[in-house]
Design a binder for this molecule. Structure first.
Ligand SMILES: N[C@@H](CCC(=O)N[C@@H](CS)C(=O)NCC(=O)O)C(=O)O
Length: 283
């Protein structure tokens, strides 16, 4: 164990008030209230499914699923993917809030039936699509339950990796030992949970590739491949050999390679497809 440093001199006031600015990444879009900040309609394209998103790990879950569905021959999964620039506050438009009152990407509108159906929360979107197309979720109660166990595991665990470890290790204006130690401990514990599961299973929920893999891979797969927060060495990700074997296998899937590019506006320009309106945008 390393010695504690960064002893805090902060004493919370009796009643919290928002700071003018704290210099942290995303501080400019944080607000203590919900609801829209401005009136603006969302665009609507020609396909049944309208996705409003960005290629963060949560966004990638859904574009990977849509590309997997299309690769498996589900033509009803054709989609328009519109770019939502969260660092510019596009998630607070009235149109976006109508689709997701929580103002976070990804958000999906299914316009294939009479009344449009809104779907928000990446886990809910994955499950909705799996049920709609009867794909990537086992049909037995036991198999389906194990898949949902891991899907919900990711939805509960991911914020400790992203909002906890990633925020304090990569984004906070100061490097504070206490939160970095706390969340590094938890993330390594989570990686070990996956390591033990993947030691005995090809995919996270067993022998079948499911929405659980699609939810977990953009976070923990990217982490062990050293692509998240440049934290591979810090977290000694080489220790998790079964997670790495699984991450490499998923990364090589053509639909995953395609899905990761959709709504991407950072990194290698060849990997960036800011909006997707037809398969040709990715070919
Ligand atoms: N639990 C949500 C989390 C979504 C989320 O945190 N989205 C982030 C990007 S990865 C976002 O839109 N942030 C904008 C904001 O917080 O204003 C999900 O899985 O869909």
């Amino acid at each position: 164990m390393t010695e504690q440093s960064n002893q805090s001199t902060y004493a919370p006031a009796k009643v919290w008030t928002p700071p003018a600015s704290n210099g942290g990444m995303f501080a400019n879009i944080n607000r203590p209230v919900a609801g829209p900040t401005h009136e603006a309609e969302l665009p609507v394209g020609k396909h049944p499914l309208q996705l409003y998103s960005l290629a963060t790990p949560n966004g990638q879950k859904v574009t990977i699923m849509l590309e997997e569905l299309l690769a498996a021959g589900h033509s009803g999964a054709e989609y328009d993917a519109w770019l939502i620039r969260i660092n510019e506050g596009a998630q607070f438009s009235s149109g976006f809030v109508d689709v997701n009152p929580n103002s976070k990407i990804p958000a999906l509108m299914d316009r294939s039936g009479g009344e449009p159906v809104r779907v928000f929360e990446s886990g809910s979107i994955l499950l909705y699509l799996a049920e709609k197309f009867n794909a990537f979720v086992p049909t037995t109660l036991a198999g389906r339950t194990e898949t949902l166990n891991w899907l919900f595991w990711q939805m509960g665990s991911g914020p400790l990796l992203g909002g906890g470890f990633g925020h304090f290790y990569a984004y906070a204006p100061e490097k504070l030992q206490y939160p970095i130690d706390r969340y590094a401990m938890e993330v390594k514990r989570q990686l070990d949970v996956l390591e033990r599961q993947l030691a005995n299973n090809r995919y996270v929920a067993g022998g079948e590739y499911t929405i659980a893999d699609m939810a977990i891979w953009p976070w923990y797969g990217a982490l062990v491949q050293g692509e998240l927060y440049e934290a591979g060495e810090f977290l000694s990700v080489h220790e998790y050999k079964h997670v790495r074997r699984w991450a490499d296998e998923i990364a090589a899937r053509p639909a995953v390679i395609r899905g990761r590019k959709v709504n991407r506006v950072r990194g290698n320009p060849e990997e960036q497809v800011p909006e997707r309106h037809s398969a040709a945008d990715l070919d």
